[in-house]
Structures are given as C-alpha cells and as structure tokens.
Design a binder for this molecule. Structure first.
Ligand SMILES: [Mn+2]
Length: 378
C-alpha cells in the first residue's frame, strides 16, 4: 500500500507586504502553490491513500480564496478516486464549538473524510484488496479531552493495516512544540509499535521520530526557524516492512543568515559586512533575514538602515534584525509573555467567583473572536 502523508499546508496564511501580479499577497500565493505542487505529485503518482495531518487552513475562518484553493485541489483527488483523510488542526479548529468547523464543506465530496468533531474517529477503508483502519484524532476542545481521546485508541487486529493520524506536539523524547497557545501534547507512549504507520502534523520540520512515526512538516516555510528545512510531502510504502521517502517540492528560498557579531565592530565595518552578505545571498525574489547580534545601542542609532534596505529591495521580504547586547536585551524582556487574549480571559475567569461564569465565558470568547477577526481583515 502506498500512502502520501502531508500536513500543515496553512492555506490562507499571508505575510509581509509584497503582492503578486493579481494583487494577492505573495506569500499567500506561495502557500497555495506549495499545496498545489504536492497534489500535482499525488495526481501524477496515484498513491492508494492521502493523509493530511492537520492545519489544512491557517485560520478558523479562511477567506473565500483559501477555501476555493482547498476545494479545487481536494476535488482533483476525489476525481482520481484517491481517498483523502484530513484532520482538523489547532489552526482551523474553533475555540467555541458553536462557531462550526469549515471542514463541513468537504463532507459531501466523494472519497474525502474530514475529521473535525473534536473526538477520536476510525475510518475503515478497503484499498486494492487490502484493509486499513485510520485512527484519527483531530484537535480537541482542551488538553483533557485530547488525552481522553488518545486513551480511547484501540488497534483493530482484523485489519491488514492500522494507521494513526494525529495533530500535536509529541512530548517525552525531544521538543516538538510550536509554542502556540492551543497546541495539544501527544505522550510518546501513544506512538505504539502496534501501528503500521503514524502520520503526525503540527511540528513544521519533516522529522522521523521512530521507525513507524513521522512528522511530514509544513509545505512552505512559515517562519525563519524553518529556513534550513526542505519542504514537501512524505511517501510511505506499507508491506512487510515500512519504506519512507521524503518528496521535496520547490518553494521560495528563505535565508536566515548566520548572525553577525557586532560587539566590536564600527558602523562602517558593519555596513560593509552586511553589503557583502547581501551580495553573496543574491536577494532577488528571496525571503531574507540578517541578524545583527550584540549591537550596542549607540552603534545601532548610527546605522543607515534605509541604505541597507535599498540593497535588499529585490527580495520578496528583507529584514535586518538588530539584537541588543545581552544586558540591554535582558532589561527589554522583563515583562512576562502574554498568552492569547482568549486564554488570558479564561485564566481571569477561573480566578473569579461569578455565578454566571459559563455565560460570561461564551459571551467573552464571542466578542474576542469577533474583534480578532475584524483586526485580521486588511
Ligand atoms: Mn501548523
């Protein structure tokens, strides 16, 4: 049995200010193209099954454009009769159930299995004389619910293959956190050898965790921490042994240059080093970050950032990030980090004794969601 595993396509994501010829944010278009290339690969190679491990969309209420791209591409799979199982990730799952999940729009498509009811579901399929049971766990309302659902998993011995499909940060071996406020944690013991394959989503770097468990990674670079990693999808052969192959897809180059230590440099030296660096990178159409580390405040004030930005203006995005010297940085980060507004509100409510807490929770979260959606609109 041949499977293509992909994850974290984040349709609808946009960043920076460059727009394409149609006036659409360039990074938004890049994200659509990355997803489309993976579907191109699937249509060309016709695997028996495609698994999407969550964060198909970047947000709870994707734009019409993001929805259109998703439907167009998923329909290609449906027409080819390639089953597509997709779970809702932390990005598209609404905090309030009554908001409704965008995945309901896929429910009427042939061979498409959108899993978004905040609970464990099994999808039994018969593919080319072989049976497979997909154990799918989408994002849940809270960590307790998630854990309860994880504990409900039971492998079906009468099936040829059992596959686990789950979205979250595996804990216990290494850090796979994305540091997002609503991420779920998967205890490492969940990655049982009883599964023929475990398709993970959430962590954006392609990673082999163990013989039968993989993060496919995101299909585009969504932050500079991912700059060095290849993007694409994963091809899995199940048989007597598991064979895997990462299928890299072309994406826009993202370059996070090694930080330049400015602690003992003069302004003119910094300028020349940055200039050489930019020339070596060849900025055209790339996404670039240059970090100026240990930059003393008086040097910082003297740097002509406008002139530096001129040198990188052919890039899709070019940023120069000054990082103050250690002591100055410590003073600047004294404030503890805030969680999301919705989470802060819930923590606040917990500490209160109002009788109407459930009502206040619902109303408050509604208002916060509404305001956040309005702020997102360009
Ligand atoms: Mn993600």
């Amino acid at each position: 049995m041949r499977i293509v595993h992909l994850a974290d396509t984040h349709l609808g994501y946009s960043a920076y200010r460059k727009v394409d010829e149609q006036g659409v944010n360039q990074r938004e278009t890049d994200v659509y193209d990355a997803f489309t290339r993976c579907i191109d690969y699937v249509v060309k190679t016709k695997p028996d099954l495609v698994l999407h491990a969550g964060d198909l969309f970047d947000s709870v209420r994707p734009t019409n454009r993001a929805i259109t791209v998703a439907v167009q591409q998923i329909l290609r799979l449906s027409k080819e009769k390639i089953p597509f199982v997709v779970i809702s990730g932390n990005h598209e799952t609404p905090k309030l159930k009554e908001t409704g999940n965008i995945f309901t729009i896929f429910e009427h498509l042939d061979g498409v299995y959108p899993i978004h009811h905040n609970r464990y579901e099994t999808i039994p399929l018969e593919l080319q004389d072989e049976t497979v049971c997909i154990h799918a766990i989408p994002q849940c309302q809270n960590p307790d619910e998630f854990e309860k659902n994880i504990n409900k998993i039971s492998v079906k011995k009468n099936m040829d293959y059992n596959i686990l499909l789950v979205h979250g940060a595996v804990t216990g071996i290494k850090e796979f956190k994305m540091n997002e406020f609503n991420e779920m944690f998967i205890p490492v013991k969940t990655l049982s050898p009883e599964f023929d394959y475990i398709a993970l989503g959430h962590y954006h770097q392609y990673t082999k965790l163990q013989q039968n468990a993989f993060y496919a990674g995101s299909t585009e670079h969504l932050s500079f921490t991912e700059a060095d990693s290849q993007k694409g999808c994963l091809e899995i052969h199940l048989g007597n042994t598991l064979k895997h192959r990462f299928i890299p897809q072309h994406t826009r180059p993202m370059i996070d240059a090694a930080p330049l230590d400015c602690s003992s440099l003069r302004i003119d030296q910094i300028f020349h080093m940055v200039k050489d660096l930019i020339q070596a990178i060849e900025p055209k159409d790339k996404i670039i970050r240059i970090r100026l580390e240990n930059l003393p405040a008086h040097i910082h004030r003297g740097i002509d950032f406008h002139q530096i930005h001129e040198l990188g203006k052919t890039a899709v995005h070019f940023e120069v990030k000054p990082i103050p010297t250690k002591t100055e940085k410590a003073a600047a980060t004294e404030h503890p980090t805030m969680k999301s507004l919705a989470d802060e509100y819930e923590v606040f409510l917990e500490s209160q004794t109002y009788q109407e807490k459930p009502l206040l929770r619902t109303l408050g979260l509604h208002y916060i969601q509404r305001v956040e959606e309005q702020e997102k609109k360009p």
